[in-house]
Design a protein around this ligand. Structure first.
Ligand code: SF4
Ligand code: SF4
Length: 338
């Protein structure tokens, strides 16, 4: 597969430093029931990487030690990790907010029939990808039949109380189905709400718009179609300095399935480990090539990794372009439930 990684490492993206981390975003593995074209993880049904119970226990220790507010679970399909339910129950027992980044279709897979009920009982927040409210666009990006299954899953979640304004949060994720930036989040949220209510009687809380990252499967597609340079130019032309202060990597640490630490899930996918230096942005390539032990969840028991330089590259322009982008959607405040 074509790889954009070497093209991203030499960058003029400005230096960014971490504030105190509040969220631990844990990738429970690359196994997924789908293989979407935009996937930045290259996840799929044949992947075997899954976080083991020893690392799961360490995640729970770190949540306590660092008094982290939120555990954000991602994958692949995080629910396919055999220890998913144990981790959720234990984290909720600690009073931690748990987010499940759910592809919806997993809720309809054989063997997962009671998953939605489990999530509701535990009060887990669901962030679910639904790249469009129309069947055609979803089929193009995720495959045939995915839209119908996603609608069935959303109906199940609504019936359990999700997205009804009663404390069970159901947020949807939109990402562009092409080489363009997401439209304004608040306006698109209104459109989604209107169509999903009218056509299917569905409700949800917020819509998060996320800019496609020029890495992994999406990056390979850009290179194959000769669209990489144009897309990067689009991201750079729309650079907005006001987004730098609210970049998600400033308050989040990302953990891979083996327990190694990164500034965000995208850096994780690019194999750009967290900067182990003190407060100086080191030469990234030297850092990556070095044989220093990589920072691990274990190290979080000793240090909080705040104030460190974040490892940046040209892909970071996807987070600062236009209204900004993060795992919680646009970086501007204007998006609300209206
Ligand atoms: S985008 Fe999400 S649902 Fe699609 S293959 Fe990747 S992890 Fe799975
Ligand atoms: S990709 Fe985005 S979240 Fe990750 S380090 Fe770059 S700016 Fe931060």
């Amino acid at each position: 597969m074509l790889d954009t990684r070497p093209l991203l490492l030499t960058s003029d993206f400005p230096a960014v430093h971490r504030a105190l981390p509040e969220t631990l975003q844990v990738n429970l593995g690359y196994l997924c029931n789908l293989s979407c074209t935009h996937c930045h993880v290259n996840a799929g049904p044949k992947r075997t990487e899954l976080m083991a119970l020893t690392q799961i226990e360490l995640v729970l220790d770190v949540l306590q030690r660092r008094q982290l507010k939120t555990l954000d679970l991602t994958g692949g399909a995080p629910e396919m990790n055999p220890h998913f339910r144990y981790l959720v129950e234990q984290a909720r027992g600690l009073g931690v907010t748990v987010i499940d980044r759910c592809n919806l279709t997993i809720l309809e897979e054989p063997g997962y029939e009671d998953l939605a009920e489990f999530l509701a009982t535990q009060g887990v927040e669901i962030v679910a990808s639904l790249p469009c409210y129309s069947e055609r666009n979803v089929a193009e990006q995720r495959g045939k039949g995915i839209f119908e299954t996603s609608i069935a899953a959303l109906k199940k979640l609504n019936a359990l109380g999700y997205g009804q304004g009663e404390g069970l949060y159901l947020n949807l994720v939109y990402n562009p189905n092409g080489t363009f930036l997401p439209p304004p989040q608040a306006a698109l949220e209104r459109e989604y709400k209107l169509h999903l209510q009218q056509d299917f009687g569905l409700q949800f809380d917020q819509l998060f718009t996320i800019t496609n990252m020029p890495i992994k499967r999406y990056g390979a597609m850009l290179l194959a179609k000769g669209e990489y340079a144009t897309y990067m130019q689009l991201l750079k032309d729309n650079y907005s300095a006001e987004n730098v202060g609210t970049l998600m990597c400033r308050r989040l640490l990302s953990v891979d399935w083996q327990g190694y630490l990164y500034d965000c899930d995208f850096n994780q996918m690019l194999d750009l480990p967290i900067n182990p230096g003190k407060n100086v942005l080191q030469n990234q390539q030297a850092l990556i090539a070095s044989d220093k032990p990589r920072p691990h969840l274990r190290d979080l028991m000793e240090t909080d990794f705040s104030t460190q330089a974040i490892v940046v590259g040209d892909h970071c322009y996807a987070c600062t372009a236009g209204q900004g982008s993060s795992c919680g959607g646009s970086l501007h405040e204007e998006s609300t439930n209206e």
